[in-house]
Design a protein around this ligand. Structure first.
Ligand code: NAD
Length: 495
């Protein structure tokens, strides 16, 4: 087993403000905990309002110079950041793994995705400048539009995917000419602070800033500040509600990328083995279900229900297939829950699953001693077993609430219409998976499913090449260059 790296142990990371690494003014720090062991492994600034004010002023001060650069020059900066990623990928991915407990192997693809997003933003920077329109206004008036940046953008990150959400917010906002403040979640801040440091070495001071602190201490201050022009949150509906209220007195443009309760639907004509692996990757391995698009509702056609459940159980109880342990060891396949609060929340749902109205197919245990018996180094880690629960219908709490852990429900259905009805019977609308060989059925499902993303015979396929957003209570807006610039309407009287 690879030893957990000592390299970053108890390093104190700093905020990135105006191109410099700075601590909170009052010197306060918070612990960053390795979720696999429950041990403190790094320190991060615990910023207050006075630090938040500094970071906003840094972004505001840099705005005009950055926005006035030719789009091509901003694109050149984006490309340089993309070029930097492979050099630091190993370090960044290790920090991310220690932060949120996803097994390192999951991140093989991530460095490539981050690089591609920065390159995509580089190209988009020049394209967006050409997105203005000329408008026929009748004799005498010449109408046209130009695209302008908003100003200062605050990007608020969740703990589950900090580097990815950092990148899609910062890259497109910067490319469009905005300056940016990133606030990672406290339990996932280390990677973002280091990433911000590396990026700020490439950009002019103040163009990209990162501040670590709790939502309670600095969240409201950042989002409601009059000098902030746009806020993009990836997080929960509860936080979106708070931001909506906090910004009511100083309205600004908002992007909300929120949660989900996504259906992953298997029809009887599907390639069963492929579908079973799609169900597993959608919610269990390798990120322990801590992914917004998690396929937490498995809808399985009744004629193949027992067969699919049986195969799921066979794989998920195979100790070679599901291997918990050191998250930096790429032979392991599942990590812990990322932080204590989320661990407790997932455990409450597992307790709920043990009630009589449900049937637990596999899993149902939590805690380091239960999940990794005989491995005392993980005894205090936030471990839960992947858990599948049979439910009769879509009305139960387990089928309706976002659990955000490796806990899924299995629901049988008979017809295509019933599958659509159950799939759409949720307040969320982030993603859906469909497993079938029938092209017509696939297209009908794509048409009817109320979700921002639909995947057929694959799952969670996201990247720089497609937009990503939700419908219903999963949010609105997209981290894209068009959403980070706005059209200004102009008319010249030409007599
Ligand atoms: P969260 O809403 O608790 O926290 C998200 C961020 O908001 C954190 O940085 C937090 O500090 C900050 N915050 C809290 N209160 C704030 C306030 N009043 N003002 C401003 N910021 C505040 O979410 P989480 O627990 O970190 O992440 C899990 C949630 O994120 C899940 O619901 C998941 O589905 C969602 N998520 C969505 C996507 C997506 O792209 N749709 C991606 C990843 C995660």
């Amino acid at each position: 087993m690879t030893n957990v790296s000592e390299k970053s142990k108890l390093t104190t990371y700093g905020n990135i403000i105006n191109g410099k690494i700075v601590q909170a003014k009052d010197g306060a720090v918070a612990d960053s905990i390795d979720p696999s062991t429950g041990e403190v492994w790094a320190k991060i600034p615990s910023s207050k309002k006075e630090d938040a004010e500094l970071v906003i002023q840094a972004a505001r001060g840099a705005f005009e110079g950055w926005a006035d650069l030719p789009a091509r020059t901003r694109g050149d900066y984006m490309r340089k950041i993309g070029d930097m990623i492979p050099k630091y990928a190993a370090e960044l991915l290790e920090l991310e793994t220690r932060n949120n407990g996803w097994v390192l192997d999951e991140y093989g693809y991530l460095a490539e995705v981050l690089k591609q997003v920065w390159y995509d933003a580089a190209s988009a920077a020049t394209l967006v400048g050409g997105q203005g329109r000329t408008v026929q206004m009748g004799a005498g008036d010449f109408g046209f539009t130009v695209r302008k940046p908003y100003g200062v953008v605050v990007g608020i990150l969740p703990w589950n995917a900090p580097l990815f959400t950092f990148t899609i917010k910062a890259a497109y906002a910067l490319a469009a000419g905005n300056t940016v403040v990133i606030k990672p979640a406290e339990s996932g801040a280390v990677g973002s602070l280091r990433y911000g440091e590396l990026i700020s070495q490439i950009l002019p001071p103040g163009v990209l800033n990162v501040i670590s602190g709790s939502g309670r201490e600095i969240g409201d201050y950042l989002v409601s500040h009059e000098e902030v022009n746009k806020v993009s949150l990836t997080g929960s509906k509860a936080t979106a509600e708070r931001i909506t209220k906090a910004t009511a007195h100083s309205p600004k443009s908002l992007i909300f990328e929120l949660g989900g309760k996504s259906p992953n639907i298997v029809f009887e004509d599907a390639n069963i083995e492929q579908a079973v692996h799609g169900l597993i990757n959608g919610i269990f391995t390798p990120n322990s279900g801590q992914i917004c698009v998690g396929g937490s509702r498995m809808l399985i056609q009744r004629s193949i229900y027992d067969e699919v459940i049986g195969r799921l159980k066979e794989l998920m109880t195979d100790k070679e297939f599901v291997k918990h342990g050191n998250t930096l060891d790429s032979t392991n396949t599942m990590g812990p829950i990322a932080n204590e609060a989320q661990f407790k929340s997932v455990c409450r749902y597992i307790d709920e699953a043990s009630k009589d109205e449900y049937e637990v197919v596999f899993g149902g245990k939590y805690g380091g001693q239960e999940v990794l018996p005989g491995q005392p180094e993980f005894a205090d880690g936030y471990w839960v077993q992947p858990t599948l629960v049979k439910v009769a219908d879509n009305r139960t709490k387990l089928a309706r609430e976002e659990i955000f852990g490796p806990v899924a429900v299995a629901i049988p259905f008979d017809t295509e219409e019933e599958a659509i009805q159950i799939a759409n019977d949720t307040n969320f609308g982030l993603a859906a998976g469909v497993w079938t060989q029938n092209l017509g059925l696939a297209h009908r499902m794509i048409d009817k499913l109320q979700a921002g993303n639909v995947w057929v015979n694959t799952y969670a396929r996201v990247g720089a090449d497609l937009p990503f957003s939700g419908v219903k209570e999963s949010g609105y807006g997209t981290d894209s260059i068009l959403d980070y610039s706005q059209e200004k309407a102009c008319v010249i009287n030409i007599g």
